[in-house]
Design a protein around this ligand. Structure first.
Ligand code: GLU
Length: 431
């Protein structure tokens, strides 16, 4: 049997992290089995469906590197199919019209279906009695459209969130009534936040789009999502997408809810950033910086690569370049008031900054090594501990108490900016 799976989002909101993981598990399974991944848009509820959300779903899947082998199919364009199958049940006397709706009376009996993770599940149909197939407005219900589509699309495995588990016995009843073969089901546990409740806005970002904007790399985000509730074994944490496909096993998905741990995601992203070649990472940072208006379109590539190499191991997400390293792009930088108080307003600092500025202005080359040598030489001559000079100089040129290696920062900033910042800081240092 060839594997055919589908991801069936409703465009009624941005693509949620939980849905993204459902899409990913479907996709990994399809790729591993050399099967087909189908995208089906469940947009029968025209009032709640919104084209902007559809665009978000496409963009988020593209970001994650998930591409459909078939589709997108739109339920809104398949109405005659649902009507025809409802008609079929009506003619066979299996369904009845109730006012304008079409309903299905369920015979009380136990129904059993197989779930990859939970084994056989048996439910008594007395729990749900009547099933509406077509609503009075002529549109199908989710359960009916889903069964018709999954059957016509020859879906072999229905992999979806376990919030749908109560729908499955209803769907099984409909498969049987329609004479369709029943697929294999796999209900995957929800993702929960720090408070063990379903991941919600309250705990932070819930849509893929928000994570993309913060600057998580797609490989890292996919790696993280795949490991939410599944593991390749051997305590492996970093598993790039291609290997995920090779190793993925649906039956090894855990049955308990997966805990969304932002710190782990940050750590993983940091690992991927460290492995990203500088020119590539630099290009990603450039996009953000240009969008912010901090970098011109004709920026100096060599310069940005030098900066990237300096900060690569220190950033956890791309956004950190704006949050922690804005001083490279602002003139003068923003001075942290505490850092100014602690390191600039000390006896002698003013004179030292001025004297060092004078020295640096005469340096032949303004590379990190030359700047370091000149700074250390000055400290030694003055009988200063190098640290006692480096801290105020760091605040003077970066505005911050903590920064990437100082002499590297000074080299990236270049002589003109360093000199003007030392002069500016000397003013701030004045009592
Ligand atoms: N449109 C449904 C949802 O987004 C699909 C559920 C299913 O996969 O059957 O929850």
């Amino acid at each position: 049997m060839s594997v055919r799976v589908r991801f069936a989002p409703s465009p009624t909101g941005k693509l949620h992290v939980g849905s993204a993981r459902t899409a990913l598990f479907n996709w990994l399974f399809a790729k591993h089995e050399r099967g087909a991944f189908i995208l089906r848009i469940e947009d029968t509820d025209q009032k709640r469906s919104n084209p902007a959300f559809l665009e978000d779903i496409y963009a988020s899947l593209t970001f994650l590197g998930i591409h459909a082998d078939e589709g997108p199919y739109f339920q809104s364009q398949r109405m005659p199919l649902y009507q025809a199958h409802a008609e079929r049940l009506l003619s066979a006397g299996r369904a009845a019209r109730k006012e304008k709706a079409v309903v299905f009376e369920v015979t009380p009996r136990p129904v059993t279906f197989n779930d990859v993770l939970r084994g056989d599940i048996t439910v008594d149909t007395t729990l749900f009695e009547t099933l509406v197939l077509m609503k009075s407005d002529g549109t199908p219900t989710y359960n009916f459209a889903c069964v018709v589509d999954d059957a016509l699309m020859k879906v072999s495995h229905v992999i979806r969130g376990d919030d749908h588990i109560a729908n499955t016995p209803k769907q099984v009843v409909l498969y049987e009534a329609l004479g369709f073969p029943i697929p294999i089901f796999c209900h995957i546990p929800l993702i929960v936040g720090a408070d063990r409740a379903r991941l919600s806005k309250r705990q932070g970002a819930t849509s893929v789009e928000e994570y993309r904007q913060v600057g998580y790399l797609p490989e890292a985000f996919v790696n993280y999502l795949a490991l939410l509730g599944w593991s390749p074994g051997g305590n492996r944490e970093m598993v790039p997408p291609q290997e995920l496909i090779e190793l993925f096993e649906l039956s090894k998905v855990r049955k308990t809810a997966a805990f969304f741990d932002l710190r782990k995601l940050d750590w993983l992203n940091g690992q991927y950033l460290k492995q990203t070649p500088v020119p590539k990472l630099s290009g990603l940072l450039a996009e953000r910086l240009m969008a912010k208006g901090w970098l011109p379109a004709d920026y100096d590539r060599a310069w940005l690569e030098q900066l990237t190499a300096l900060i690569r191991d220190r950033i956890k997400v791309l956004e950190d370049v704006e949050e922690q390293h804005a001083f490279f792009f602002q003139e003068p930088p923003q001075y942290q008031p505490e850092a100014v108080d602690q390191f600039l307003r000390q006896n002698g600092t003013l004179q030292h900054l001025q004297a060092l500025r004078e020295r640096l202005s005469h340096l032949k080359a303004f590379d990190a090594a030359s700047v370091e040598e000149a700074t250390r030489a000055y400290a030694a001559e003055q009988g200063l501990d190098a640290k006692a000079l480096i801290h105020p100089v760091r605040v003077a040129v970066t505005g911050r108490a903590v920064s990437p290696p100082l002499f590297g920062c000074m080299a990236v900033l270049g002589r003109d900016k360093v000199l003007s910042r030392l002069a500016h800081a000397a003013e701030l240092a004045k009592p």
